[in-house]
Design a protein around this ligand. Structure first.
Ligand SMILES: [Zn+2]
Length: 148
C-alpha cells in the first residue's frame, strides 16, 4: 500500500532541491539582464552619438529628440546634488572607482522619458560605471521636464 508519509517526505526533499536550483537560475537571469544592459549602454552611446551628428549634418532630417523614443547615453561631466551633466561632443568625462576592485572606470549616463501622460511626464537620468562585468549605479535623478 502507498505510504503517504513517505510521499510527503520525498516531495519535501525534492522541493528543497528545486528551490536551490531556482536560486541559481534567478542569479543567471540577473547576470543575463546585467550583460544586456552593458551591451545596451555601449551600443546606445554609439547610437546617440550617430543620431546627434546626423541631426547636425542635415538640418532637414527628422529631428532627433534624445531620450524621447529611445534611451540616450552620454559620458558624464559632473555628478551634482540635483543633476547629472553630460560632456560635450561625446568626449569621455569623469571616472569613478569600481566598488568591486577599486579601479577607475568612465562614468556613463542614461537619459530618457520614462513616463508620458497629459497630467505630467517623467524624465530620468542615471549615472553608472561598467566594470568587473557589472553595471554599478552611482546616482538617479527624475524631473517632470527635459533636462539635458
Ligand atoms: Zn572593477
Amino acid at each position: 500500500m502507498q505510504n503517504l508519509d513517505t510521499v510527503l517526505q520525498g516531495t519535501k526533499r525534492e522541493l528543497i532541491k528545486l528551490k536551490k536550483e531556482k536560486e541559481v537560475f534567478t542569479e543567471l537571469e540577473r547576470k543575463e539582464e546585467n550583460f544586456n544592459k552593458i551591451i545596451e549602454s555601449i551600443e546606445g552611446l554609439e547610437r546617440t552619438k550617430r543620431e546627434t551628428n546626423r541631426k547636425k549634418r542635415d538640418s532637414l532630417d527628422k529631428y532627433y529628440d534624445p531620450g524621447k523614443y529611445d534611451t540616450a547615453f552620454y559620458y558624464v561631466k559632473s555628478i551634482e546634488e540635483n543633476n547629472i551633466k553630460r560632456t560635450e561632443n561625446f568626449n569621455p568625462g569623469i571616472s569613478e572607482k569600481c566598488p568591486d576592485c577599486g579601479k577607475e572606470a568612465l562614468a556613463l549616463m542614461s537619459y530618457s522619458q520614462t513616463y508620458d501622460s497629459p497630467e505630467g511626464d517623467t524624465w530620468e537620468k542615471e549615472a553608472f560605471i561598467i566594470h568587473c562585468d557589472k553595471i554599478h549605479y552611482l546616482k538617479k535623478i527624475a524631473r517632470s521636464n527635459r533636462f539635458l
